[in-house]
Design a protein. Sequence first.
Length: 177
Amino acid sequence: MADPRLAALLDRDAIRAALVRLARGEDRRDAALIESAYWPDSTTDFGVFRGTFAEYLAWVVPGAEAITNTQHVLGQSHIELAGDTARVETQVISYHRVDYGGGDEHDTCMGGRYLDRFERRDGDWRIAARTMLYDWSQDWGAAVDWSGGLMGMPFSAPHFAGRAHGDWSERFFRGEA
């Protein structure tokens, strides 16, 4: 590409697109989306989990049954390009609904940063190594009971409450809704 500024812009866009695919894949526990963001020989270290990509994928899909819903909100990404590699720091806030059993569900939230080493291979940018840094975590207490709707108003259908497995967005993206 003749203009290096344009090439850098396209590289950064491809890296951000991989980060978004990965977040959606983790939230929906979609192995294909997760695989599209990681190199098969990559490593991951979340502090509570460390391993190869195959081990990570087996850990995150289908995910802990006790975590009934997740949402990863990505913030800014600081991207430093160096040829076919990039070092990327991405701010993240992640929400998890945790079922402690016996109807005791808690909403938890944490904030931190992904430190990713990306590699471009055959024109494709993917994560070669990820480390998670945690900045804060909070248990928000008992989770809301979605069966009653929102703010005292009942939902018109059961699909309005999100979930990790069987989320309505899956039908939406298949063109069925």
